[in-house]
Every structure is written in C-alpha cells, then in structure tokens.
Design a protein around this ligand. Sequence first.
Ligand code: COA
Length: 535
Amino acid sequence: MFQSTLNTRSEEYQANVTAMQALVKQLEERQAQVSAGGGEKGAAKMRGRGKLLPRERLELLLDPGTPFLELSPLAAWGMYNDESPCASHIIGIGLVSGVECMIFVNDPTVKGGAVYPMTLQKTLRAQTIARENRLPCISLVESAGANLLFQDEIFILGGKSFANQAQMSSLGIPQISLVFGSSTAGGAYVPGMSDYTVFVRGKAYAYLGGPPLVKMATGEETDDETLGGAEMHAQVSGLADYLAEDDRDAIRIGRQIVAQLNQQKPAVCLNRRQTPRDPAYDSEELLGVIPADPKIPFDIREIIIRLVDGSDFFEFKPEYGPTLVCGHAHLNGWPVGILGNNGILFSESANKAAQFIQLCNQSRTPLIYLQNITGFMVGTKYERQGIIKHGSQMINAVATSTVPQFSVIVGGSYGAGNYAMCGRAYDPRFLWTWPNSRVAVMGGEQAAGVLAIVQEQRAKRLGVEPDANAIQMMQMMTRQKFETESDPYYATARLWDDGIIDPRDTRRALSVGLSVAHNVDFISPGMPHYAVFRM
Ligand code: COA
C-alpha cells in the first residue's frame, strides 16, 4: 500500500483545508441558492394551487433515505440574468422502487417551467447518460414548454429530446411521465412519447395549443379541462394511462410502475463486484491534499488512496513515466483502472498510459482519470523524441477505449492534456470537477505572454517600435478573459461537466457512476479490437 506522507498537523495542511473549505462553502451557498428555484413567490403560488414543490415531488419519488446524485445543479449559473436556477430543470440519478432511474423534474416556480437553451442542453445530456447506462427515465412534468424569447436556440434541437425518448424506448429503456400541471405544445410530447403516463385529476393539462391559441387559430371557444384535462385524456383521448387524485397519488403510481419494470443488472456485471470496503485513509483529508497555491505540486496518490477500497492501489510501472500514475484498485467493490497526473506528460508517461488503457480494455476494467495536468512537455528535445506521436497514441487509446470511463478534474486541465486525460470531448460516462479546478487551452499568464511575443515579432517584421502600452493592455485583457472563462462556475454553467462536487463526495459520485455503468454488459462482448502493444 502507498503510505501517505500528508502531515495533517502541519501548517501547510491546515492552510490547504482552510482554502478548500472556503471553496466548498461557496459551492454549497450557490447550490442552496439555485435549489430554491423561483423562491418564496413561486412556492406560494404552487402551494395555493394545492401542489407540491418540485423538490418535494422528487423527495417523495425516491426510495426513503436513499441519496440523489444531482447532475449539473449549477447549469445556467450566471446566464440569462440568473433567472433560470438549475437551468429550470432538476435532473439526477436516484433509486425508485429499488431501481436506478434518471429523474427529470420541471421547475414551474421559474417562468412557468419554460425551457431555456441550457434547460434543453441539460435534458439532452441526461438522456445521453440514461441511454449509455440503461436508466429508466421518469419525467415530473409541469412546464410552459419552450421559452418563447429563446425560440431560435431551442426549436430545432428541441425535437431531439423527443427522438431520444422514442429511441430509448426502442432499446428497452422505459420512459415514464407523471404530469402534474401544464404540458403544452412541444411539452405535450414528453408524455406523448412516454411508455407510461400518469395525469393528476383537475391539475394536469396537455394540449398542442391552449384555449387562447385555439380561439385565435380556429375561433373555437374552449377551456383547459375540455381541451386537454386529465379526465379527458384518461377517458377519451387515451393519452393518460393512470389517473391520480393528487400529486402524492401520482408519485405513488409512478413508483408502482417502476416496481413492475423488472430492471436488473446483468449477472456478468454483478459477479464482478467484491464486498466494498471503506478507504483506510479518511476521505475528510481530501480537503487538505490540494495546495492552496495551485503552483505547488502534490502527489496524486494522496487522492487515490482516499477514494479506493482499503486504500489498496496496485501500481503499474511505477518507475517508468512517473509523471502519470497508473494502477488497479476497487471502488465501492467495483474493479477500476486509475490514471492520475503527477506532473507534465512526457513521451514515457504517454506510452505507459496507452499501454495501461489497452490492458484495462483487455480485462474489461472501467477507467477513472484524475486530471491535474498542464499539458504535454514542449521543447526541441521532446519534439525530437516524438512527443506529438506519443501523445497522439495516448489520445487514440482514450478515444477508442470501449470500457466505461470516468473523469474527475481535481486541479488544472489544460491543452491537449485535457484530451489525453479523457476530457469532455472524449465522452467519459461522467465528468466531475472540484471547486478549485480550472479548464482552458492554457493558463491566462501563458496566453498573455504568447500574444505579447507575437505582437513584438510583428512590429519587428514591420520595422516599427512595439507599442508597449497597447501590448500591456492586451495582456491584461487576455489574463482577465482567461480568468473568467477557466472558472469552474463558467464551465459548469455551460455543461462542460456533470457538476462541481465537494472533494469528499468524489467516492460517492464515482460509486453511482460505476454502479449504473454495470447496468450494461460491457464485459461479455469479447476482446477489444486492438492488441496490447509495447511502445
Ligand atoms: N415562454 C416564456 N415565458 C413564459 C412562457 C413561455 N412559454 N410561459 C410562461 N412564461 C412566463 C410568464 O410570462 C410569466 O413571467 P413573469 O413572472 O415575468 O410575469 C411567468 O412565466 C409565469 O407565467 P404565468 O402564466 O403567470 O404562470 P402560471 O403558473 O399561471 O401558468 C402556464 C403557467 C404554463 C399555464 C402559462 O404561463 C402558459 O400557458 N404559458 C404559455 C404556454 C405555451 O403556450 N407554450 C408554448 C411553448 S411552444
């Protein structure tokens, strides 16, 4: 076992904990802020109508006392004048009648639950996760449909969410809608494309156009109940499969529907799991591993041993390419291969990674990438050694890997290092970040420096004196721009990740990810398409 050298009594450790605690506090405050949705006014309106609030519905749907892994709660943070908390859609993975489900909850306390562009993006991302991990989808519907002020950004892609519902259903992934309120226009297709629907009597409505639109289009005078009420859909149109008396009753019926779906993990996957063991090192200490000063390096093994079962980490090639740590472990009982950065990527570390990824594909072992990477080494010596070629081999191995992959950005994630360590573009099943993380093509200081050199060289070519003031100004603006855009909240708002997490929740998040990944048999299909080759 790797022996920790973290001195939990040292001043440095305490300073790290203090800095990380401040970041976690900020995260919790922001999460609490968006969790309140439309606030008191919106809540009072719903209560006045005899309805439960979105998070109350969610709480009742989940198996009592079980956790909910909320995805991207800070999507749309700082966007749309902050009028779309949680991107107006609470989404996550939870247990319903013992089955892992993807749960979508409209928030009608915010603009009637209207869909913003990021609401749609968040929905599509969750559908991808549901499809990859065979998670039944339960939608708690009450929405004004497309936010008409953003129709140009919603209309075309909006159709994709309905296509996803049909395609998942065809793959045997059940689609369930519990309709609590308005489900209008495009929104009516959420229950329309579902395998099972539950409508709340006297509260749920679904129609392609509401009474005002019908009047305008055809002159017909009608009302909500006649046009698209729950009873009409249960008794006449057949859109409603079950009629519920109130919100609680709808949730009870929803839970009963899930109970009879007969969802089970394939035996070949379940057999893989060992009895889970807690890490031997306290995960609380994860707060003190990351130096408060991001320029100070730390040993990624200090994180690994606080995540994995028994802190047992069987390291692969420890003395070769040491800036990338690779090895096998178990996490909550599931076997995993882990790759973690311990410095810049060199040719040797890239070679080692490519080999290790292939080995894990050969043994059908899921991969976890712990990113803290400034990029690949630059310089003549390294170019001559073939750093591009070796980096490409690593990127190739990551991109063509067929086992489930998971990424956690625990520090910086810059340049092609982001790609090689399974960044967002490499479709890891889940990608989480820590509140100290930074994601960008390079650091702001480096970018400002590069642009200054380019400007100076250009002036030299033209035979003029470089404008020092203009270059200084440009450098300042570049640094500022990079600072803003590499902030983890900027990234999470735009769904570059599946959420910012408290470092202490990393094992829990990965456990859920690994568990749902084992809903699909990725073990039986035979050997990978490439051989293991020594490089
Ligand atoms: N796009 C943008 N904003 C919308 C909206 C939409 N589709 N639907 C409602 N809103 C806004 C309202 O303007 C209002 O804004 P405000 O708080 O700034 O005044 C807020 O959402 C709440 O609307 P309100 O009508 O007061 O809420 P409600 O709970 O009484 O009724 C609906 C909710 C959904 C029944 C009703 O708003 C409605 O019928 N909306 C239009 C639905 C529709 O036709 N959608 C078509 C989409 S393709």
